[in-house]
Design a protein around this ligand. Sequence first.
Ligand code: C6P
Length: 405
Amino acid sequence: MTEKKYRKDFPLLQNNDTIYIDNAATSQRPAVVIEAEKKFYEEANANPLRGFYPLSLEATKRYEDSRTVVKAFINARSEQEIIFTRNTTESINLIAYSYGLNNIKAGDEIAITIMEHHSNMLPWQMVAKQTGATLRYLECEKDGTFAEETLKEGINSRTKLVAMTQVSNVLGCVNPIEKVVRLAHEVGAVVVVDGAQSVPHMATDVQALDVDFLAFSGHKLMGPMGIGVLYGRKELLDKMPPFLTGGEMIQSVTREGAVYAELPHKFEAGTVNAAGAVGLAAAIKYVESVGFGYIEEREQALTKRAMKGLARVPHVTVLGSDDPANHTGIVAFLIDGVHPHDVSEILASDGIDVRAGHHCAQPLLTYLGVHNATRASFMFYNTEEEVDAFVKSVAGVRRSMGYGE
Ligand code: C6P
C-alpha cells in the first residue's frame, strides 16, 4: 500500500517530481514552516530583545515562545536550558570551546566514537590538542553496536567527557545513550549527545536520557536552515563562559569588562535568527501533529522495503546492521566495481537524489575499509513507489557502467 497522506503538505514535493531520498542531509519543509517564517517577516519583523516598541516586543515574544516549544519537545526543565544556535555543528563547538577548554586538562580523557560525524569529532580533536588531554576513540562492531568491554574500558576514571551520536549518519544505528550516560556519570564525566539524526525521527526526552548536552539542527527536522539547538543542563551552562561575545549577551558593559546576561541569552550574541526559531517551532508542531508513532512506523517500513530490495541485487553491500530496525531510515551501500559518485550520478539520471561520498565521517569509513559510499535516507513522506524506483535504478547501475550484470 502506498501512503501519501502527508505529501501534499510539502510544496517542493508537489512542484517537482524528483525522488528525494537524501533526507539525512536535509529534509524537505512543509508549507506551515515556510508560512511561519514568512509571517514573522510580514507581521513582526523588528530586532528582537532590543526595542521597547510594540513590534520589537512582538518579535521577542514570538522568538521566546518558540523556545518554549523546543523546551517542551525535548522535555527540558526550563527555557534557560535551550540555546538557539545556527546548527548542530555550532552547538557542539559552543560546548567544546566553552565547557571543554575550561574543564578538561592534560592527563584527562575525552571519549568519542569512531562513527562520529566530523562535527562531533573535530571540536574534540581541538580540545585535546589545546589542553593536552587524550582523545580516545570507541570502536564499534561492523553492525554499529558497541561491545560491553569497549564502553567499560573507554569510559574510565580519567574520562571527563563522552561525546556520542545518538544515530549514525552512515550506519543509521541507534546508540545506547542511557547505558553510556550511566557509565559516564559513574566516573563523573559529562555526556554530549549529537542528536542531528535522531531528534527528527524519534521522541527525545533529555530528562529521561539524563544527558548533559544535546545538539540538533532545525533543517533535518523539517525546519529552516540556519537554526539549531543546544540543550544544556542549567547547572553546567551557568558556570560556562560565553562562546561568542558582543551585543545582546550582556547586562552591563564598562571600559574594563562586562556583566553577562542570564541564561539563555548569555550564549546568544548578536542579532538572533528569530524567523528561523519561529519556523523551527512550526516544524516541531508539525512533527507532533504527525506523531512519532507514525513517523517511526513509516520510516521503518520504507527502510525494510529498500533493504529487502537491495538484498536481491547482486554486487550490492549495505553498510551496518542487516536488520532494518537498526537503520533509522538510513541505508548506505556499495556496488562492486562502481565508484559511489558514479552510482549517485546514474541514480540522478533516473531522477533519484541520494548522497555519495564520505558523509563527513571519514574515520568511520576508513575503519570499515572503504573510502566512500552511496546513501539513501528516507522520511515518512517518501513512498513505496519511490523505494521501488530507487532499487530498480540501483539494479541497473553496473549495466550502465558496462558490466555484464
Ligand atoms: N550530516 C549528512 O548528510 P549541521 O551541518 O551542523 O546541521 O549537522 C552536522 C551533523 C552532525 N552530526 C550528524 C550525525 C550529522 O549527520 C550531521 C549532518 C549531513 O549526513 C550533512 S554532512
